[in-house]
Design a protein around this ligand. Structure first.
Ligand code: FAD
Ligand code: NAD
Length: 480
């Protein structure tokens, strides 16, 4: 084994939680190394973790390509414009997506160099007294590193289920579903969560017949009820077949396709598909991370236990991102990375988990922050609600994207905004204004007093804020 090397901070994992933590630590003057074991399809180390290599970025690249294609194919959207000879070359689309991924992962390598972060391609295992054994991804050689502080950011991996054993050819996870080299004629998806809906949208727009089987009766239970109902109707109108309350009992991978057996409302049903995607959630990546004698506290679900400073039960060993409880979102992990780096440097940084945005990048997009009406009712909080439909927005009409609405929830007592729910075009961008408003504990009246450019989609937020107090201009206000 190579001789021991010492660092102020070692980060394990270079996903959006880990690489951001490493850069911030280095910016704050700490000697920092980041160890990561990701090997891309060309057999090369690649930084960025799940998000850049097999998650946020490749999925959004395919969502954009498929949306563009679907828009071009729908001649009813822009009367007066007709196009002929539109062709789809999946190989080119995949190459382009891979290029975007490799440019971004290479960008992190460049940021590491510029900030002085030592990048190590290897499998890390935590040892006692803040030692880490790293096995090189290149030549299997082991080295012993020592750090004053360790940040674990090992992320998550897909959950597998006994009823649908994955072979990554016919029955696949989301990573393989992003790499199909031909468009499946019939695509089945288990799970109508974020991945199921985003992947389903991609392949449905490219021409697959997509059937999504969701075990729960309730569709998108984390979203606002009205938003979820609107989304379900819209996805079905687009052609996605979505069965809720559908529990997969057995699958048979017969080489040329997959037979899926499922129960729906007491009936045993069967579905025949060419490919099946299992998208039933992700679990934290902690297997083999630390031998039992190290004593790292990991809960039943595999999540690392942390305190309010994101420190584990072991002194100066922190954990961030998907590997700890909370929403499995890239921006949540990155915020935690910065917070831990600044905590180690003796600075204060408090994360406001209440205003983390959730976004689903379907058409229409869905985005929300803060609480839903259901949560407020359950907590017994009195609130006022203001909504504005995109059908009443001049910009949405000009864009021919009128599906959806903005809903703002504010306390009855002092008008503070407690939740904002958007379904519609560019909801992913519009939500940033709501997050900022909530960070500053703005009231609906504050948003209503803010001048918004015309004609923009953001005027829908302005009008919804006005509607909270019955003062919307471009819709008829509900009588109190
Ligand atoms: P990861 O990104 O998983 O990175 C962890 C890294 O640590 C990996 O490189 C892993 O190989 C490495 N590692 C693990 N163990 C070790 C070890 N022992 N030694 C060395 N290295 C190790 N989130 C969003 O916010 N927006 C989106 O649009 C979005 N889209 C997604 C789409 C898909 C298809 C998927 C699957 C996920 C998506 N997510 C999205 C979720 C997002 O990817 C994760 O929340 C995010 O990547 C978590 O970041 P992380 O740094 O905690 O972990
Ligand atoms: P998810 O938790 O969003 O959805 C999983 C769905 O599968 C749930 O609706 C669940 O009820 C259902 N399910 C579970 N077991 C089932 C079974 N046996 N049969 C049928 N349905 C079953 O998980 P996901 O979609 O796999 O995504 C994983 C994580 O990745 C999420 O936490 C999400 O935050 C993150 N992600 C985020 C984005 C984004 O931010 N846009 C995109 C993709 C993924």
């Amino acid at each position: 084994m190579k001789m021991e090397k010492q660092y102020d901070v070692i980060v394990i994992g270079a996903g959006p939680a880990g690489y951001v933590a490493a850069i911030r630590c280095a910016q704050l003057g700490m000697k920092t190394a980041c160890i990561d074991n990701w090997i891309n399809k060309d057999g090369k180390p690649a930084l960025g973790g799940t998000c850049l290599n097999a998650g946020c970025i490749p999925s959004k690249a395919l969502l954009e390509s498929s949306e563009y294609y679907a828009d071009l194919m729908d001649t009813s959207v822009h009367p007066g414009i007709s196009l002929q000879g539109i062709e789809l070359d999946l190989k080119e689309i995949q190459n382009d997506k891979n290029k975007i991924v490799s440019e971004l992962t290479g960008g992190i390598q460049a940021l590491f160099r510029a900030n002085g972060v030592t990048s190590i391609s290897g499998q890390a295992q935590l040892q006692a007294d803040r030692h880490i054994i790293v096995t090189s991804m290149e030549n299997d050689k082991k080295s012993d590193l020592l750090a004053s502080n360790i940040i674990i950011a090992t992320g998550s991996r897909p959950i597998d289920i006994a009823a649908a054993k994955m072979d990554q050819h016919r029955i696949v996870d989301s990573q393989a579903a992003l790499q199909f080299d031909e468009i499946p004629g019939r695509l089945g998806i288990i799970g109508a969560g974020v991945i199921g809906l985003e992947m389903g949208s991609v392949w449905q727009r490219f021409g697959s017949q997509v059937t999504i089987l969701e075990a729960q009766e309730c569709f998108l239970p984390a979203a606002d009820k009205e938003v979820a109902a609107l989304a379900l109707a819209e996805y079905r109108r687009q052609g996605l077949i979505i069965h809720t309350g559908a529990c997969v009992t057995k699958t048979h991978n017969h080489g040329t396709g997959v037979t899926v057996n499922y129960n729906d409302s007491g009936k045993s049903l069967q579905l025949e598909v060419d490919k099946l995607v299992v998208a039933v959630g992700r679990r934290p990546h902690t297997e083999g991370l630390a031998p039992a004698e190290v004593g790292l506290l990991i809960d039943e679900g595999g999540f690392i236990h942390v305190n309010e400073h994101l420190m584990s039960n072991l002194p100066n060993i922190y954990a961030i991102g998907d590997v700890i409880p909370g929403p499995m979102l890239a921006h949540k992990g990155s915020a935690e990375g910065v917070a831990v780096a600044e905590h180690i440097a003796g600075q204060k940084n408090q994360i406001n988990y209440n205003s983390i945005p959730s976004i689903i990048y379907t058409e229409p997009e869905i985005a929300w922050t803060g609480q839903t009406e259901e949560q407020l009712k359950q907590a017994g909080i009195k609130y006022r609600s203001g909504s504005f439909p995109f059908t009443a927005s001049g910009r949405a009409r000009a864009m021919r994207k009128t599906t959806g609405l903005v809903k703002i929830l504010a306390t009855e007592i002092n008008d503070e905004i407690l939740g904002v729910h958007i379904i519609g075009a560019h909801a992913s961008e519009l939500i940033a204004e709501a997050v900022l408003a909530m960070e500053y504990r703005a009231t609906a009246a504050d948003l209503a007093l803010t001048i918004h450019g015309h004609p923009t989609l953001s005027e829908a937020l302005h009008e919804a804020a006005l509607a909270v107090n019955g003062e919307a201009i471009h819709i008829v206000n509900r009588k109190a």
